[in-house]
Design a protein around this ligand. Structure first.
Ligand code: PMT
Length: 222
C-alpha cells in the first residue's frame, strides 16, 4: 500500500542539539528542541521504515517503539561515532540535528571559579567534526539529506552547503524568525537538490513538513 512505501528501508535520523562541555557543570548549547527531526522519524515509521534516531539534547519526550531505536548522545563527537556506526546499514541519513560547530579547546576538570576582579572571561574554541560532510563524501548507496539553518542569504548559503557537504538534498531553513525554525511548532523550508529546481514549501507544522519530506525522499529512493 502507499502507506508502506518505505518498508524494508532503514532511515537514520540525527536530531536535537549537541552540546560542548566547558567544565564539569557548564556547556555551550543551542535552541534545537528536536521537534523537526522527531516529526520526520514519525513520518518514516508511518511509511513502514526501520528508524534509528541519534538524539542530542531535546525538549521532547522520545520513546522507542516498534521499528524505532533511539540512541542518546551529548557531544558532536559522540553523535559522529553513532552515525558512523549505523551509516553502513542505512538507506537514508537525515541530519536534522543542530550540531555544535565549535567546542572549548580545553575542557577543564574543575568548575571554573569566578574571580571578582575579572571583567572578561576568554574561552578558546576549536572546530568539531562536520558529520554531514564526512558522510556526504563517504556514501555509496545512501541518500544523504542535510538541513541548512540560516538567518540571511538562506538559499545561497544552503546551495553552498549542498555542494560542499556532498549532500543529495538540503532542507534550507530560515531560522531568523521565532515562529519557525528552532523550537517552534511550525517551519518554513525550501528543498534544494543538485540539478533540480528548488521547491519552496509554504509555512506548515513540523508534522506536515516531516510527512512531505519523507514522501519526497521515498520517491527519490524508488
Ligand atoms: O529541533 P527543532 O527545534 O525542531 O529545530 C529544527 C532545526 C532548526 C534545528 C532544524 O530544522 C535544522 O535546521 N537543523 C540543522 C541545524 C544546523 O546545525 O544547521 P547548519 O546549517 O549549521 O548545518 C548544516 C548541516 O550540517 C545540518 O544538517 C547539520 O546537522 C550538519 N552539521 C553541522 C555541523 C557539524 N559539525 N556537523 C554536521 O553534521
Amino acid at each position: 500500500s502507499s502507506q508502506e512505501i518505505l518498508k524494508g528501508k532503514h532511515v537514520l535520523i540525527a536530531l536535537g542539539g549537541t552540546v560542548a562541555p566547558i567544565d564539569p557543570v557548564r556547556y555551550i548549547g543551542n535552541w534545537s528542541s528536536g521537534k523537526m527531526g522527531w516529526s520526520i522519524a514519525q513520518a518514516a515509521l508511518t511509511m513502514g521504515a526501520e528508524v534509528t534516531v541519534i538524539a542530542g539534547r531535546t525538549d521532547i519526550h522520545l520513546e522507542a517503539q516498534k521499528r524505532l531505536m533511539i540512541q542518546r548522545v551529548r557531544t558532536t563527537q559522540e553523535m559522529y561515532e553513532q552515525i558512523e556506526k549505523h551509516f553502513g546499514q542505512c538507506d537514508v541519513l537525515i541530519m536534522a540535528a543542530a550540531v555544535a560547530d565549535f567546542k572549548p579547546a580545553n575542557v577543564v576538570q574543575q568548575k571554573i571559579k569566578k574571580d571578582p576582579h575579572q571583567t572578561v572571561l576568554n574561552l578558546q574554541l576549536t572546530p568539531t567534526v562536520d558529520i554531514l560532510k564526512k558522510m556526504g563524501h563517504r556514501k555509496n548507496h545512501q541518500l544523504v539529506v542535510g538541513f541548512a539553518a540560516e538567518t540571511q542569504d538562506v538559499l545561497a548559503n544552503a546551495q553552498q552547503k549542498l555542494v560542499n557537504k556532498g549532500a543529495d538534498m538540503i532542507v534550507a531553513n530560515d531560522v531568523s524568525q521565532t515562529t519557525t525554525g528552532f523550537n517552534a511548532d511550525n517551519n518554513k523550508v525550501t528543498i534544494l537538490r543538485p540539478q533540480q529546481k528548488p521547491l519552496a514549501w509554504p509555512t506548515a507544522t513540523k508534522h506536515e513538513i516531516g510527512q512531505r519530506l519523507m514522501k519526497l525522499i521515498a520517491e527519490q529512493l524508488s
